[in-house]
Design a protein around this ligand. Structure first.
Ligand SMILES: [Zn+2]
Length: 79
């Protein structure tokens, strides 16, 4: 079982996750990813992406770089 997530900021358990849409990169390399889990701490109010989430985002961006779609700011689904 997964252990209760601990806040990276204040160290308390009970971090919540919500899913957001966020754009990454800039210029013609902007990628919009939908449904990224954002960790939100109800104790200190901090919100941040977990390390493995950032890794997945990076993977999606690299995947996007391999596509030939010309539309600007394509929306990718975080899986
Ligand atoms: Zn916290």
């Amino acid at each position: 079982m997964k252990k209760k997530p601990i806040c990276d900021c204040c160290g308390k358990a009970g971090v919540m996750h919500k899913h957001i849409t966020r754009s990454f990169g800039k210029g013609d390399r902007v990628v919009v990813i939908d449904g990224i889990p954002l960790s939100v701490c109800p104790h200190c109010g901090e919100s941040y992406f977990a390390a493995d989430t950032l890794q997945e985002v990076e993977r999606l961006r690299l995947h996007r770089a391999g596509l030939t779609a010309r539309s600007t700011a394509p929306v990718l689904a975080y899986v």
